[in-house]
Design a protein around this ligand. Structure first.
Ligand code: IMP
Ligand code: MG
Length: 183
């Protein structure tokens, strides 16, 4: 359906309090599982930075952080299926324990590509942590070891997630309304 109305954050799916509880749980799980090791958390720019910043303050064991920027969506709200590395990691991950920190898994195309690229660099281990996973129609199978919450297959913004670079600063996660991807 065509509309003249500019899409805006509408229904709140996760409040700031909901997110804090999820992040605390994930931080606890990672702290327990990686006790005695020195994992590298790789945040995917830009959407993953707010999540990473909160997550590392809920992790009680020593760890390092790195950033990776890939592009798949451009200005669109549906996955283009094409991924490319825009900014690469600074450090070597060979022999290291890696946790990729992603904001939302939609089709899984982005994470599948990143896992493939990182695996070729011979880390000791490679796991995924995602705040959100959509119940997508045709997802690529991605084993997300640390999952925050499943959400409906709607376009969401806030807590790092953007619509055309807007709304990343919102402390909650809301559905964009009207949904620009809906037909
Ligand atoms: P996928 O490759 O289809 O799994 O898409 C994953 C990437 O698309 C995420 O890293 C996000 O940056 C972006 N993305 C997917 N869904 C949304 C959304 O609802 N809001 C904002 N960004 C999204
Ligand atoms: Mg994005």
């Amino acid at each position: 359906m065509m509309t003249d109305r500019e899409p805006m954050p509408g229904t709140v799916l996760l409040s700031a309090q909901d997110i804090a509880a999820i992040v605390a749980r994930l931080g606890g799980e990672i702290s327990r599982d990686y006790e005695g090791r020195l994992p590298i958390l790789i945040s995917l720019l830009k959407g993953g930075v707010v999540f990473l910043a909160d997550l590392i303050r809920q992790i009680t064991i020593p760890h390092h952080i790195e950033f990776l920027q890939v592009s798949s969506y451009g200005g669109s709200t549906t996955s283009s299926g094409q991924v490319k590395i825009l900014t690469d990691l600074e450090m070597s991950i060979q022999g290291r324990d890696i946790i990729v920190v992603e904001d939302v898994v939609d089709t899984g195309t982005t994470l599948a590509y990143i896992m493939e690229v990182l695996r070729l660099r011979n880390p000791a281990s490679l796991e995924m942590c995602a705040l959100l996973r959509k119940r997508s129609a045709n997802p690529v199978a991605i084993p997300v070891r640390y999952l925050g919450q499943e959400i409906p297959g709607r376009f969401v913004v806030g807590y790092g997630l953007d619509y055309r670079e807007n709304f990343r600063h919102l402390p909650f996660i809301a559905a964009l309304e009207p949904d620009p991807a809906a037909s």
